[in-house]
Write a protein that binds this ligand. Structure first.
Ligand SMILES: Cc1ncc(C[n+]2csc(CCOP(=O)(O)OP(=O)(O)O)c2C)c(N)n1
Ligand code: SF4
Ligand code: SF4
Ligand code: SF4
Length: 1203
């Protein structure tokens, strides 16, 4: 049997003999396409009794599959399903792991990054008490100047002192094999292991993995040892005590007593590696060397970077006298094995770290290597340098490895270097040369440019499965996404070939490039990664050379000729529309891919594709299956080969955009990033600390909505509901006078404005911005007069881009309206516009409204979650400023600590304003200050805690004191603090995962603080940002990730819990009653203590029929059937002797509940997967709803009775 393993057998000597690999390359039957997460979870499941999980990108899929397998009753190697529990945080998960280990169970968990950090305290306990368990970690950057969900080793390095053994994998196959080594060695050594592999690069890379059967794994288990572990557990039948507190006399000795166990641990790891080799044929060592036996230069590296170095070494190792050592067991670091792995001939060493330790002498692996060589007196015999690479998943390529080598052989090589960036500030970076193609010969490399949610990624995953499952070929798939929640760029990198593929980096020499979105032709350099003679397929409406000539930019035409591209076009969007599946172009593009790439024989490819369609779409009905098959057939016949003219090689280049018109940050950072040139931006262009200005998303004109609303004024009643519910701030009412009317274009028409205080001459126009609109249709759906028709964007663009620009120049008449009502609020510019949230998102309308009411005075502490991602994904933020230059100031600390973060802000701002008051007190004593100023100061002192009044006075005071600002020291001080006159309105925003689970302790504390804070919980009833895992806000019977068989327990009543404090303003609101919503926000903000508003936020995770377009209807129905109650608890009323609680929604029409549930996949799907459970749990959900309602009724009545 050949498997990828064979490669490893040859690793200890340089092995260029490709022919031998080819001979051996007949794939084992058990090879399956899977990613690193699945590979590790498969082993974790096999060897655990219990698992405690919590979602975090990129490790969540491991928790999700073990939960699913457990729900399905799949057995581990001990013959039982694993007992899987989702905890409220990683801190909780680690505590539970500790408890489970203490009680003698083999336990595992899955995490990354911040999650691992929350586990740290317990990791010290678990290791200190010497308990076996395995943490599988999809290693990821830690949040510092920014959150990064991408891979590096910062998290793992942060726990290298915990006492856990650290074992590293560099690709999905290794993730399976070394996961097994970790579990086996943990059992043998009775010590805990972190088994880690880079997030995304390994965790999400799909590759051909040779699956180790459970029966083979079973053979390796030392049952006696497992029994010993169980017997060492806490048990009242043979009790013992643990977890003491110790004094200076004994603590030290007992710490050192563990040494002997760590001394023998490597022996167990080696034994386990040998056992794994025995059953798989794949060999691993503590340190694996590849390269010439007599290499003079060696690179030392952990994780997937090892694969990249290995590729270059395989290609040029002899020539460069270069080898690479891949470190497998990082803790304990075994000096002897390390030194024995190094060729005797080595003269120079470069150590590469995928982490940064600011201020240190060097990064961790570098320090270990230097110390190790020092300990064996080799340090002075060679040159050793260290450098950083690949932080936050920065691509690491063979060309970079070559640069590391080039530096190493210099007379004075750079130490502490960086690679992959241009550091023009501290000059650490090495220059990188042209890309080097190192992939195994015969490998086809294919790149797809897709549009988020267009099905391209899914189709490509399918393609890998079809190819790997049905041929002798190996496959690899890696997917990169933009930060937009939908409608952003997706890039799929697929490789197929007769030999195992490692190549853990993006494609630079593609044989096949497909662009699924015509908008990209002007936006990205689509053919940069294409090889000479590559195939290029473009989905576009242009089918003739003339049309293409007119629409393709000159730079693309030149690339086509320069690279002698075999160019094809297909109007896939039109075909999809004809077939009746608008926008679903993936099958068409996939059939063209199979036809042209010839990865598989044509007949076989289409048979398999159709088989896959039948399997995937059966559940949607025969009609959908037939339509997809029809699209495949049309795909293969409707594409056109383009014989482009040679003259394209001199095509006129488009005028480069005049960037000088933009603010500096937009010019230097936003614009290059939006055209995928972020990697080229040098260090000096970035503001430090990850800070950035507001309003950057306005420059990200995406134009991705297929249809946008067109306003028909005739019947419009100027209610502004459309604008109110728009999640993206892309439809807004404008008022203008006669003069402006005259100056406008013919198409800029309006109505006589109604209800404007004191002005009868104004006109009203509802204006859309087509390039920012997401096409969700919420506006059209809510319009009571059917004034909004969704029309193709191209039609709208002709006039509305200019009309929007014109509308933005109009003066604001917002002050003529009451701000805190539904209609009036909409004349205020939303200080949250053009977010990257999903089209139709149910979270953004609430925050957008709040910015319209209070934006210029808002301070926001935002928990990690969707609201932090659509709130600020570098460099795009939808938060923006008003004409005065004021707007929400926004920060995200962490997921778990947001309430504390916001409380800290509130306290600090209060304290600083009190300092200002002391100065004002002093100034009031000063007789020389004009009376006018002193009067303003006195008024301010009376109203300083009133949001609106303090702002009004602040504006007046600033004008009044300006002439005296240099008058004396005191006035100078007051002038510098003038920004504090206006009260700041502290908001604390986050999702239900934050508020109900991980941040609940802090939230509870902040609510109990009595401080003037406003907490907004965007309740999507799942952890939306990480893909929809259950939280304690998930209602009973709802299917979510981590609760695959329907949530067994009731939704927590967070509002009721907060009400028990008595002095917290609490409310539950929805988009079904907008007057109630505005009134509630006003009350909460005016309430001088803590407030908590829980908002019904519809979300894609609910799988609602008709999509998010139906968001408002769904909310209406949810309130009607009692699923979502509306209420307010206002402590002010209590003080007035009134009932603080008012139940604002009507008696539930509970008979409609099941219909309501059936409209959402999260409830409906349980009926097909677990029908019995669905019946029982949905009935219980009904009772939960009635119980909750009756409780509220009692509360509403009890007060009356008491009185
Ligand atoms: C300590 C820690 N654990 C896990 C995560 C990963 N994480 C980020 S956002 C998120 C889910 C947020 O869910 P929720 O609070 O409901 O907000 P939503 O995304 O639904 O708006 C999770 C689990 C994290 N950032 N930090
Ligand atoms: S379609 Fe959606 S995004 Fe576009 S204007 Fe209407 S509500 Fe806003
Ligand atoms: S919802 Fe309809 S009626 Fe109301 S303002 Fe918008 S377009 Fe006019
Ligand atoms: S809350 Fe839901 S709908 Fe909104 S951005 Fe997040 S996943 Fe998308």
């Amino acid at each position: 049997m050949f498997n990828i393993a064979r490669q490893h057998n040859f690793k200890s000597s340089f092995f260029p003999a490709k022919s031998l690999i080819l001979r051996l390359a007949s794939k084992s039957k058990s090879v399956e396409p899977m990613d690193g997460n699945l590979a590790a979870a498969y082993i974790g499941y096999a060897l655990s009794d219990t698992a405690f999980i919590y979602p975090i990108t990129p490790s969540s899929p491991m928790g999700e599959v073990v939960d699913e397998w457990s729900a399905r009753g799949i057995k581990n190697v001990f013959g039982q399903p694993v007992d899987v529990t989702e905890m409220q945080s990683e801190g909780g998960a680690a505590g539970a792991v500790h408890g489970s280990c203490s009680a003698g169970s083999l336990t595992s968990t899955y995490t990354a990054s911040q999650g691992l950090l929350l586990m740290l305290p317990n990791m010290y306990k678990i290791a200190g008490e010497m308990m076996p368990c395995v943490f599988h970690v999809a290693a990821r950057a830690l949040a510092g100047q920014a959150l990064s969900i991408f891979g590096d080793h910062a998290d793992v390095m942060a726990c290298r002192t915990s006492g856990f053994a650290l074992l590293s994998s560099g690709n999905p196959q290794e993730a399976m094999d070394l996961a097994l080594v970790a579990h086996l060695a943990s059992i043998k050594s009775r010590l805990p292991f972190v088994h880690f592999f880079e997030g995304f690069r390994v965790s999400h890379e799909i590759n051909s993995v040779d699956k180790i059967p459970y029966d083979k794994i079973k053979e390796l288990i030392d049952q006696k040892q497992v029994e010993k572990i169980r017997k060492a557990a806490m048990n009242p039948e043979f009790p013992h005590m643990r977890g003491s507190s110790q004094g200076p006399d004994v603590y030290f000795q007992i710490v050192e007593a563990a040494n002997q166990y760590y001394d023998v641990l490597p022996k167990y790891v080696k034994e386990s590696m040998e056992e794994v080799e025995r059953i798989t044929g794949r060999s691993y060592k503590l340190f694996d060397y590849t390269g010439p036996k007599d290499a003079k230069n060696v690179i030392i590296v952990l994780g997937s970077g090892g694969g990249v170095c290995e590729e270059l070494v395989n290609k040029m190792g002899e020539e460069l006298s270069l080898g690479v050592i891949k470190v497998r067991l990082y803790r304990p670091f075994v000096v002897e094995d390390f030194v024995n792995t190094l060729p005797n001939t080595v003269e120079r060493i470069a150590v590469l770290d995928r982490t940064k330790e600011p201020g240190s002498v060097g990064e961790p692996l570098y320090l270990d290597v230097v110390t190790a060589l020092d300990q064996v007196n080799l340090r002075d015999k060679m040159t050793i340098v260290g450098g950083r690479y690949g932080l936050g998943s920065k691509d690491f390529t063979p060309a970079m490895v070559k640069s590391v080598y080039d530096n190493l052989v210099l007379h004075k090589p750079k130490n502490g270097f960086t690679i992959g960036i241009t550091d023009d500030v501290t000059n650490t970076s090495l220059e990188v040369g042209e890309p080097i193609n190192c992939v195994p010969e015969g490998t086809q490399q294919c790149m797809f440019w897709g549009l988020g949610s267009d099905g391209t990624v899914g189709a490509n995953k399918n393609a890998i499965k079809i190819i790997v499952d049905n041929t002798d070929l190996y496959g690899q798939g890696y997917f990169a996404y933009s930060a937009h929640k939908s409608g952003g760029l997706t890039m799929s990198h697929l490789r197929f070939g007769p030999n195992p593929i490692n190549s853990p980096y993006l494609i630079t020499h593609a044989n096949y490039v497909a662009c699924h979105c015509p908008l990209y032709v002007t936006k990205y350099d689509l053919l940069k990664p294409a090889k000479q003679d590559a195939i290029f397929v473009l989905n576009c409406p242009w089918e003739t050379v003339e049309e293409l000539d007119k629409n393709l930019p000159g730079s693309l035409k030149r690339r086509i000729v320069e690279k002698n591209v075999d160019f094809y076009v297909i109007n896939a969007s039109k075909i999809a529309e004809e077939v009746g599946l608008i926008g679903r172009i993936n099958m068409i593009m996939q059939s063209v891919f199979f036809k042209l790439s010839k990865v598989l024989p044509e007949k076989q490819a289409f048979e398999l594709l159709k088989k896959a369609i039948k399997k995937s779409y059966k559940k949607f009905g025969q009609d959908i299956v037939d339509k997809n098959i029809q699209m495949v057939d049309m795909g293969i016949t409707k594409y056109k080969r383009i014989s482009y003219p040679e003259s394209w090689k001199d095509a006129e280049l488009e005028e480069p955009e005049d960037l000088s018109v933009y603010p500096e940050f937009v010019r230097d950072v936003v614009k290059p990033m939006s055209s995928l040139k972020g990697d080229d931006i040098p260090v000096s262009k970035f503001p430090v600390g990850g800070f950035l200005p507001l309003g950057t998303s306005q420059y990200d004109k995406r134009g991705v909505a297929p249809k946008v609303p067109k306003w028909e004024p005739k019947n419009c009643i100027q209610c502004n509901l459309c604008s109110f519910v728009c999640p993206h701030g892309t439809i807004r009412p404008f008022l203008y006078d006669e003069e402006a009317d005259k100056n406008s274009s013919e198409t800029f028409v309006g109505l006589d404005a109604v209800g404007v205080k004191g002005r009868k001459d104004l006109k009203f126009r509802m204006q859309v911005t087509p390039l920012d609109c997401q096409g969700c249709g919420l506006c059209a759906n809510i319009c009571p007069q059917n004034c909004l028709e969704m029309i193709p964007i191209d039609e709208s663009k002709k006039t509305e881009i200019d009309n929007w620009e014109y509308a933005l120049t109009l003066p604001s008449y917002a002050h003529l309206f009451k701000r805190e009502n539904v209609k009036g609020s909409q004349f205020y510019k939303p200080l949250l516009e053009f977010s990257g949230a999903c089209a139709g998102c149910g979270e953004t309308p609430y925050i957008k409204l709040i910015t319209q009411l209070y934006g210029e005075q808002m301070m926001i502490a935002n928990a990690t979650g969707c609201s932090s991602i659509w709130g600020l994904s570098y460099p795009n933020t939808p938060y923006c400023k008003n004409e005065e230059g004021h707007g929400p100031t926004w920060g995200n600390s962490l997921f778990e600590d947001n309430a504390e973060y916001g409380l800290g802000m509130a306290k600090a701002s209060k304290h600083q304003r009190r300092q200002l008051r002391l100065l004002v007190d002093e100034a009031l004593e000063c007789e020389t200050l004009p009376k006018e100023v002193r009067d303003l100061f006195s008024k301010w002192e009376e109203n300083m805690w009133d949001l609106r009044e303090s702002k009004k006075l602040a504006d007046q005071i600033k004008v009044a004191i300006k002439p005296y600002k240099e008058e004396c020291e005191l006035m100078k001080k007051i002038w510098t603090k003038r920004d504090l006159f206006a009260k700041k309105c502290q908001f604390i925003i986050g999702g239900d995962g934050w508020a109900f689970d991980i941040g609940y302790g802090g939230l509870d504390h902040a609510l109990a603080s009595g401080e003037d804070i406003n907490v907004i919980v965007l309740d999507t009833e799942t952890y939306s940002n990480t893909g929809g895992q259950a939280s304690k806000a998930t209602p009973r019977s709802s299917v979510a990730k981590f609760t695959y068989n329907g949530k067994p327990t009731k939704k927590k009543d967070l509002g009721m819990m907060a009400m028990t404090y008595g002095d917290v303003y609490v409310a539950s609101v929805s988009l079904s009653n907008l007057n109630h919503l505005v009134k509630t926000i006003k009350e909460a903000v005016e309430y001088p203590g803590p407030s908590l508003i829980i908002t019904y936020s519809h979300c894609i995770a609910h799988g609602t029929k008709g999509g998010l377009t139906t968001g408002i209807e769904t909310q209406n129905l949810g309130v009607k059937v009692g699923y979502w109650p509306l209420y307010r608890y206002n402590p002010v009323n209590k003080k007035k002797g009134k009932n603080p609680f008012s139940l604002d929604s009507k008696k539930p029409k509970i008979e409609g509940l099941f219909d309501f549930l059936d409209k959402q996949a999260r409830y409906r799907s349980l009926k097909s997967s677990f029908p019995e459970q669905a019946k029982l749990k949905q009935q219980q959900l009904k009772e939960d709803i009635l119980d909750r309602y009756n409780g509220y009724v009692r509360l509403a009545n009890a007060y009356k009775k008491k009185k």
